[in-house]
Design a protein around this ligand. Structure first.
Ligand code: FEO
Length: 171
C-alpha cells in the first residue's frame, strides 16, 4: 500500500503533468497563430507526452491500490513574445518539474517505498532529456537571433518531431 503522504504527492504530480500538458497545448496554439507550424507541432507532441506522464502516475497509483484524485487544472498563459520566450519558459517549467520529481523521490526514500523509487527513476531520466531538449533549442534560437531564414529553417526541423506513445502502464 502507498502511504497517504505519497498518495497525495503522486496525485499532486498528476495535476502538475496535466498542467504541463495545458501549458504546451497553449504554446502550440500561439505558435500556430504566429505562423510557426513546425513549432506548433513540437509543442503538440510535448502536450501528448505530458498526458502520458500523468497517465503513467495515474496507473501506478491504481496498481498500488491507491486512490486517484483529479483536481482542477490552473489557467495557463495564452501568448508568448517569441519562440525563444516560449522555450525559455519551457526550460524554467521543466526545472520546476525536476525539483518536484526529486522531492517525490526523497519522500519515497523517507517512507521506505522501494517500488515508488523504482517507478520514479523513469521520470528522473526523462527530466534530464526534457531540460536538455529545451536548452538545445534555446541555444539554436540565440544563434538565429532575428534572422528570419534561420527561424524558417528551425521551424522545418521542429515540424519533423513525431509523437511516440510512452508506456503508461505500471512496469
Ligand atoms: Fe512531464 Fe515535461 O515533464
Amino acid at each position: 500500500m502507498l502511504s497517504k503522504k505519497l498518495e497525495e504527492a503522486l496525485n499532486a504530480q498528476i495535476n502538475a503533468e496535466f498542467w504541463s500538458a495545458y501549458l504546451y497545448l497553449s504554446m502550440a496554439a500561439d505558435m500556430s497563430d504566429k505562423g510557426l507550424a513546425g513549432a506548433s507541432n513540437w509543442f503538440n507532441v510535448q502536450f501528448k507526452e505530458e498526458q502520458d506522464h500523468a497517465l503513467k502516475i495515474f496507473n501506478y497509483i491504481l496498481s498500488r491500490d491507491g486512490k486517484v484524485k483529479l483536481t482542477p487544472i490552473n489557467e495557463v498563459a495564452t501568448s508568448w513574445d517569441s519562440l525563444l520566450k516560449a522555450f525559455e519558459e519551457t526550460l524554467k517549467h521543466e526545472k520546476e518539474v525536476t525539483a518536484m520529481i526529486n522531492d517525490l523521490y526523497e519522500l519515497a526514500i523517507a517512507e521506505k517505498d522501494y517500488a515508488t523509487q523504482s517507478m520514479l527513476k523513469w521520470f528522473i531520466d526523462e527530466q534530464v532529456e526534457e531540460e536538455d531538449n529545451a536548452k538545445t533549442l534555446i541555444d539554436k534560437l540565440k544563434l538565429i537571433g532575428d534572422n528570419g531564414y534561420g527561424l524558417y529553417e528551425l521551424d522545418k526541423e521542429l515540424a519533423a518531431r513525431v509523437y511516440t506513445p510512452i508506456a503508461t502502464t505500471a512496469e
